[in-house]
Design a protein around this ligand. Structure first.
Ligand code: VG1
Ligand code: CO
Length: 544
């Protein structure tokens, strides 16, 4: 095995988005494309000698090959130790945990998360730093600038190694260990939740649940945790085998892409509990019997009930939510007398707050919830949290949420996505909106009045860094809010995201359809943005 210096030319399109570098598989198949980016990560880290690196992915197409190439690059950059998940598998939260557990300087997670996989789908590379969390904005910018000037990378010429059995192999100066991807994570979960109470719930007559792994990474984790350790009946975990193309599906746990699970939780024979996760295991959708739980409400209810879970029995230090997430959790924080932080979209913005002990729980409207147990959102963790609450409160999921609304009121929320639209048209629309922001205050639209409008900027209270241009917020006189931003995770054209929320207090209408309650705001958005004209779409591609 020899150390090689390989000459290369920079690519101009390796700027990471909201969550890593995400591109069509064909883009990653260009010679040197993957190597350039990974070397840019290692060069940004600086000193790799003597360090430990964690590597794994969600099992999608290219995962195996990419792991071989990353091991060879890690050896070329003289890492002391590389830990690889068996079969190349590591969920995003499990990788975050391993980085922390092994004192690694970081980890590479191969995933395009909820984007479809397969040869015609997407691939992605995320780098998480030593705290276990996504690289900060500053580090991401440094990686991008390294990718623009790279002219060589280092690798060790090695035969393909087997990653299907636990083993240790020496590659140059680097010890490569294939490890169990599930065990440490399952142990962590057992240390946080009341497994005895959850096991009793799962075996109680009249409680039936399914966990839909969507043929993505959580299958092996869910089988170990729900079926083996908690004793749920065989078959509780469905679509449990990770497949390179996710069985042709779209591993995004929402009402549209997990429609099969929604059907199982609907009707006369509905299950009492359903849950799903995404490609890389960091998202969650949780359903009750004939009851859809909005992720914004989920975060609020978890915060309000946290002390019922052993890990949070002493209370929570604070909470954070991404800006587009509804303000439901803010009401809980006020009630508890703990701080609430509003951050830009993307988990990287929670890391400093978690590291500094300023928050314990955080979440995003995009089916992401998490805590200080790792530095990523965590799908299975959220499901266990809910099961723990249902067991502790001896109430159904719907009853818990309805009690919550009765106390705090309900923050009706919906997100409308317009996918695959023309990037230039989308950019022009957003720019046009930003230009008129100063004139919007006081304007009447469709029976509503705008009381405030701004472009969201965030100053990190820990390191004082400033992140600007993080989406437009428009506040209305009925307490409603419209948020407008473009997605940073798509790979084709642009995706316009519109987020609507409005609070109704506890004595008001609590069980209405969010689309109806929010219709005045939705109509105001059409008036303000001429969405149909700009996007060419007369209805959203996706409504959550
Ligand atoms: C989306 C979500 C965001 C989430 C990100 C990564 O980003 O809106 O809340 O953090 O995906 O999630 P964007 O820029 O497309 O809106 V995942 O599960 O891809 O790691
Ligand atoms: Co994900």
């Amino acid at each position: 095995m020899t150390l090689q210096r390989v000459e290369t030319a920079a690519f101009s399109d390796q700027k990471p988005g909201t969550s890593g570098l995400r591109k069509a598989v064909s883009v990653f198949q260009q010679p040197h494309y993957l190597e350039n980016f990974v070397q840019s990560v290692f060069s940004t880290l600086g000193q790799c000698e003597g360090q430990t690196l964690i590597v794994g992915g969600d099992g999608r197409y290219l995962n195996d090959q990419a792991i071989q190439r990353i091991v060879s690059l890690a050896a070329g950059n003289r890492f002391a130790r590389v830990l690889v998940g068996r079969h190349g598998i590591l969920s995003t939260p499990a990788a975050s945990h391993l980085i922390r557990e092994y004192g690694a300087c970081g980890g590479i997670i191969l995933s395009a998360s909820h984007n479809p996989g397969g040869p015609d789908g997407d691939f992605g590379i995320k780098f998480n730093a030593a705290n276990g969390g996504p690289a900060t904005e500053q580090m991401t910018a440094a990686i991008h600038s390294a990718s623009l000037t790279i002219d060589h990378y280092w690798r060790v010429d090695m035969p393909a190694m087997s990653i299907d059995e636990l083993a240790t192999v020496q590659v140059g100066e680097t010890r490569v260990e294939v490890i169990d991807p599930v065990a440490a994570y399952a142990d962590l979960m057992a240390s946080l939740f009341n497994f005895e109470a959850i096991a009793a719930l799962l075996s109680a007559p009249g409680f039936r649940m399914r966990f839909d792994a969507m043929h993505a990474v959580t299958g092996p984790y869910a089988i170990e945790i729900f079926e083996r350790r908690l004793g749920a009946a065989g078959g509780t975990v469905i679509n449990a085998i990770p497949l390179p193309d996710f069985g042709g599906g779209h591993p995004d746990p929402n009402q549209v892409h997990a429609a099969g699970l929604v059907a199982l939780c609907s009707g006369d024979d509905a299950l009492q509990f359903g849950a799903a996760s995404d490609g890389d295991g960091d998202r969650n959708m949780v359903l009750g019997e004939n009851f859809y739980l909005n992720p914004c409400d989920s975060l609020a209810v978890l915060a309000a009930n946290a002390t019922l879970v052993p890990a949070y029995a002493d209370g929570i230090a604070g909470v954070a939510r991404s800006m587009p997430t509804s303000r439901a959790v803010d009401r809980v924080a006020d009630h508890l007398g703990v701080p609430v932080f509003e951050t830009p979209t993307g988990w990287k913005f929670f890391g400093n707050l978690l590291d500094a002990g300023r928050i314990t729980l955080c979440g995003e409207e995009s089916f992401g919830t998490g805590s200080d147990h790792v530095r990523e959102k965590d799908g299975i963790w959220a499901v266990l949290f809910w099961l723990n609450l249902i067991a502790a409160r001896e109430q159904s999921l719907a009853a818990i949420v309805r009690d919550h609304w009765a106390q705090y009121g309900r923050d009706y929320f919906t997100r409308h996505d317009y996918e695959g639209i023309d990037s230039d048209a989308a950019g022009t629309m957003i720019k046009g909106l930003i230009d008129v922001l100063p004139n919007l205050r006081g304007k009447d639209i469709n029976g509503l009045q705008i009381i405030d409008a701004d472009e969201f900027a965030y100053r990190d209270p820990v390191d004082d860094s400033l992140s600007q241009g993080q989406g437009v917020r428009i506040f209305f006189n009925d307490g409603g809010r419209l948020v407008v931003r473009l997605s940073g995770t798509g790979t084709q054209g642009a995706t316009l995201r519109l987020y609507f929320d409005r609070h109704v207090d506890g004595s008001g209408r609590l069980n209405a359809d969010p689309q109806q309650v929010l219709a005045p705001l939705i109509n105001a958005a059409e008036d303000l943005l001429s969405i149909e004209n700009t996007t060419g779409l007369d209805t959203p591609s996706l409504i959550t």
